[in-house]
Design a protein. Sequence first.
Length: 305
Amino acid sequence: MRRYVLRRVLQAVVVLAGISVLIFAVARLSGNPVDLMLPMDAPRETRVRLIQEMGLDAPLPVQYVRFLTSALHGDFGTSIRFRQPAFRLVLERAPATAELALTSLAFGALIGVVLGVVAAVRYRAWPDNLVLGATSVGQSLPAFWVGILLALFFGVQLGWLPVSGREGFSSLILPALSLGLLPVVSISRLTRSSMVDVLRQDFVRTARAKGLVESAVVYRHALRNGLLPVVTLLGLQLGALLSGAVITEQVFAWPGIGRLAVDAIQNRDYPIVQAAALVGSTFIVAINLLVDFVYTWLDPRIRLA
């Protein structure tokens, strides 16, 4: 087990190193930030001095080493727009994004698992057909479009829920519902197919032959084995939710990292872009690493392979 954990941690470090190279390269390709910081008629001497102060006159490998060294110390430079440390600005927005993504994932996992189990238990009956039909429709609906419809109906017409900002749990409901649609569809379909296979296995027939009630057979014996592929999907879904949160945060004016990154991209504020991208990537890699460890706990055959 120790060797497996060490190997996965080293792989995560290599992935993060590769991500840092991509983030650095893409930020440099977006343009020279000096053009935004100085007026069009700025003297050449002022422009050259600012380029030297920001270290943009050094070769790219030297700039990358400086960027990586500073990033390891939590220093991504000063925001061009806000004139504040970029890393601090990103950390201030991180709780909002984490709250939205984790709430959406919890909603998707709960509803998805319940629908998947119901469909598997009533395989090829009307509940199964209803779940398949509903998830097929849900899979074709973009999250931002669902968010706009929810905001118009529950926020504008009925006036039940706020449609913008982050002011308590009521502000979280609409963005979490619109963003949680994707995991509901994926998790319910995967749970259904996995549970259908598990319910046909010998240990389930043995449990039934012992006289156990059907609920005990399904939830105590079959469900744990049926959730093995779902655990892996949860990590992938969290990464997708963080990506989808960028659009959802724009629709509902949610003050998260995604909205901050979009504004930073529009203003070529590359210290914030780099900080937001690297923090988000680190979070996703850490979640996937945790999912791998949970998977090995559920199925010890993986770490012994």
